[in-house]
Design a protein around this ligand. Sequence first.
Ligand code: ZN
Length: 138
Amino acid sequence: MKSYRKELTFYVPTRMAFINITPQVNECLKDSGIREGLVLVNAMHITASVFINDDESGLHHDYELWLEKLAPHEPVSQYQHNVGEDNADAHMKRQIMGREVVIAVTEGNLDFGTWEQIFYGEFDGRRKKRVLVKIIGE
Ligand code: ZN
């Protein structure tokens, strides 16, 4: 069995953003030489997500409004976590949007369903963050 590991790094200049990372994950898969197996992609921070959905800007705007309604950033004093920091809402947004995704690898390609793309979800940006890509198979 072959195994491949890579860390992707992101710096998002805003507090919240969604980035399509499918091209980077595809590049990792090609580098790995693995034709049959599994890809795991996970955020390495507890205020960021990796998830799969549609690459459609209206949907991403809807996510932002929905997440802000569920866990508003302001007022920061509404959260007990915010003693010495202000990112309680980012922890909650990450919980809803998830930590990781697993994608099947078939004949050397990411075996997606219709319209599926992989996204990095940032909820407490303006600093360097990492995403882990782990691929196993043969
Ligand atoms: Zn925190």
